[in-house]
Design a protein around this ligand. Structure first.
Ligand SMILES: Cc1cc2nc3c(=O)[nH]c(=O)nc-3n(C[C@H](O)[C@H](O)[C@H](O)COP(=O)(O)O)c2cc1C
Length: 652
């Protein structure tokens, strides 16, 4: 049924915050909005609901899928349609009496006069990177005496500046004249948000690409922009008291729960701004983004490519990713694995690598279920022991259901910092115990006294780790410095040390002599052992030992052990628990159990003997040779730094 439209009734719920007279005034106002992307479309819808009666809107783009996260009007039925047309329809559907004029050719010098004719207020909706057009509009607004507002979506917040007639202009504030485009963009960003409240939670800086004119943007920020700009519009259009005007700005960050009003007399010429700009320039110059772009989803056009793209997220010791893939046909591929026993003291007889390959196979099997496929594995007997090859066959079956662990493959992560020491609930423990394949079971080390025993064991074990040259070589190789992410190693920020200890470690790791000197004269192992082993061992819900019913003897035993481990780890992720492997005590104990010397240092070998016996005591005299994995789990924060993976192109 066609409902007839009545302006007064449609916008009656604004009354109270605006008077009836003011509402009628708003109805007569004309607002120009250039750009109908992330913020522009929301501006139009919000201002229409505010009861503004007249608009000039411009945009030369059409809607595409990549607009869906944030743009008003972006939906399947609007793909390929001009944004001005769609938004005009949406706005008219709210207020059919609107006087709305579109500028589908975008903003150009030639149409600026028409675009700003009889306009009471300009609200900026231009793309962040459209700096030339933005300068042109703001300059025209200044010369025509039109107030202009820019609200920028930054992170999960909004930074807003008003440029009011007679006050500082856009150009005076930002000081863009005569600078190269990238410098202009930097000046625009820092001028918009001198407080930089959005810093600190950009989790993937590779998505900011000044050269490609691309940056991330959240829907929350766009909505906040629309809300804040419309509130300014009310004040400006209705002369409702003092409005902050550049060089004063407003910044609200909903993520950090912070609001600040900024004041930068002289704009970007302000000494404080100049200093900030200098620092930002340096940082930008140094920036080498550690996240490589993920494979374009559109290129993952076969089940095998999708399965492998997920499988590569399986865990491996020191993120070595000891595997490559050879795709043979639509239903067959080969996993070329290798171990690192020749250059890694932790890879005794290749067992750690084999466990990781097992985790990879389980991930393949889980990922395959989402494609309606069952994966079966056959290890080639003719391949060498150090470079196992596994043939994978995918079989279609209508009975296969997506494995419930499938959504957690990418989210699974190693957290090396402390968790809460809250014990696991029985339900959590039961779910974890039930996750491992038959033939395996879980032993828990929980409760303060037992956790303390484990902490002492790990503390002593860490002394071995940090004092043998064989391990030093490994640590030197596997840490990526100054990194939040690393595609082929462990980023230093994910190691679990505080910044001071990290700096010291970086200095020491330059040479074995430095490490020895620190260890001998300054108790150099103490701080890392406390931060990386002792405290985290207490700060967890429980430690676990994953045990096989029989001794692990063949490569196949370690592969199946790795499969059980991956189900256990993914289940922990599903339960929202954090997880860290604690494998090195088991490795040193195994060396001892197999009578293999892992170092020249006799005293250290003696320590390993003690370690093995403590581990046995702690686990109720379990056989070291049956232990697949040791680690800790608990409630905690997702790590802000993590290892990533080599791209699929590289692995195939
Ligand atoms: C067999 C194996 C042994 C591991 N040993 C340890 C360990 O002793 N300590 C540790 O902090 N992480 C250990 N890890 C975790 C890896 O370093 C981690 O999985 C890898 O860096 C990838 O990072 P992600 O798990 O965050 O994706 C181990 C992983 C595997 C598969």
């Amino acid at each position: 049924m066609q409902q007839s439209f009545h302006y007064d009734e449609a916008f009656s719920r604004n009354i109270g915050w605006v008077t009836e007279t003011e509402q009628q005034l708003l109805r007569t106002k004309r607002i120009a909005i250039a750009g109908l992307g992330g913020v522009g479309g929301s501006h139009l819808i919000t201002l229409t609901r505010l009861g503004i009666g007249r608009f000039h809107i411009s945009d030369l783009d059409t809607f595409e899928l990549a607009n869906f996260n944030r743009q008003a009007g972006a939906s399947l039925s609007h793909i390929g349609r001009a944004k001005v047309d769609v938004l005009k329809e949406l706005a008219l559907d709210i207020n059919p009496e609107l006087d709305l004029c579109t500028f589908p050719e975008g903003i150009k010098q030639e149409n600026l006069d028409a675009f700003l004719a009889d306009v009471d207020l300009y609200i900026d909706g231009l793309d962040f990177f459209a700096i030339k057009a933005r300068r042109a509009v703001f300059s025209a607004c200044a010369s025509k005496g039109i107030p202009a507002v820019t609200a920028a979506p930054l992170g999960m917040g909004v930074a807003l500046l008003n440029f009011l007639p007679g006050n500082m202009t856009f150009e005076e504030y930002f000081q863009l004249e005569g600078h190269a485009e990238n410098e202009q963009l930097l000046r625009f960003l820092l001028g918009l948000s001198p407080a930089m409240l959005q810093m600190g939670y950009l989790v993937d800086d590779s998505r900011v690409d000044l050269n490609a004119h691309k940056g991330p943007s959240t829907p929350m920020a766009c909505e906040l922009c629309a809300g804040m700009a419309a509130s300014q519009a009310v004040k400006i259009l209705l002369h409702r008291g003092k409005v902050a005007s550049a060089p004063r700005g407003l910044h609200f960050d909903a993520y950090h729960n912070k609001f600040t009003s900024t004041w930068r007399p002289g704009g970007n010429n302000n000494p404080l701004q100049k200093l900030t700009l200098g620092i930002a320039r340096k940082r930008l110059g140094r920036r080498s983004s550690k996240i490589t772009k993920e494979t374009d989803a559109r290129s993952l056009d076969t089940p095998i490519s999708r399965i492998l793209d997920l499988a590569r997220w399986a865990p491996s010791g020191d993120n070595t990713q000891p595997w490559r893939f050879e795709i043979q046909d639509k239903t067959h591929f080969l996993v070329h694995a290798h171990d690192t026993r020749d250059n890694c003291v932790y890879d005794l007889d290749g067992h750690a690598s084999q466990t990781a390959v097992g985790a990879l196979l389980e991930t393949i099997a889980i990922a395959a279920t989402a494609e309606g496929l069952a994966a079966s594995f056959h290890r080639r007997q003719d391949a060498s022991e150090t470079a196992p090859q596994i043939e994978v066959t995918l079989t279609e079956s209508s009975e296969i259901e997506t494995d419930p662990l499938y959504p957690y493959i990418r989210a699974r992560v190693t957290q090396r910092r402390g968790f809460a020491s809250t014990s696991l609930t029985n339900k959590q423990k039961q779910a974890l115990e039930a996750s491992v394949t038959p033939g395996y079971r879980v032993i828990w080390v929980e409760g303060y006294p037992r956790k303390w025993q484990m902490a002492k064991l790990l503390f002593q074990n860490a002394r071995i780790r940090l004092t043998i040259p064989e391990a030093y070589q490994v640590h030197k190789r596997v840490i990526e410095w100054d990194a939040q992410y690393s595609i082929d190693r462990i980023p230093d920020q994910a190691v679990g040390l505080d910044p001071v200890a990290l700096k010291l470690m970086r200095w020491a790791m330059k040479s074995w002599e430095r490490v020895r000197m620190l260890n001998r004269y300054f108790a150099g192992t103490l701080m890392p052992r406390i931060q990386l082993d002792l405290l985290p061992a207490l700060q967890c819900g429980a430690h676990f030992v994953l045990i096989s019913d029989k001794r692990l003897e063949t490569i196949g035993d370690y592969l199946t052990g790795g499969r059980a481990l991956q189900r256990f780890w993914l289940t922990a992720t599903k339960l929202g628990l954090q997880f860290q492997p604690e494998l090195t005590p088991l490795i040193f104990s195994r060396y001892q159990a197999s009578s293999i010397n892992f170092t020249q240092n006799r005293k250290t070998i003696q320590s390993a003997v003690k370690l093995a016996s403590q581990l046995k005591t702690l686990t109720g005299q379990q056989d070291i040779e049956q232990m697949v994995f040791i680690g800790r789990v608990g409630i905690g924060e997702t790590p802000f730094a993590r290892s990533l993976r080599k791209p699929l192109d590289y692995l195939t």
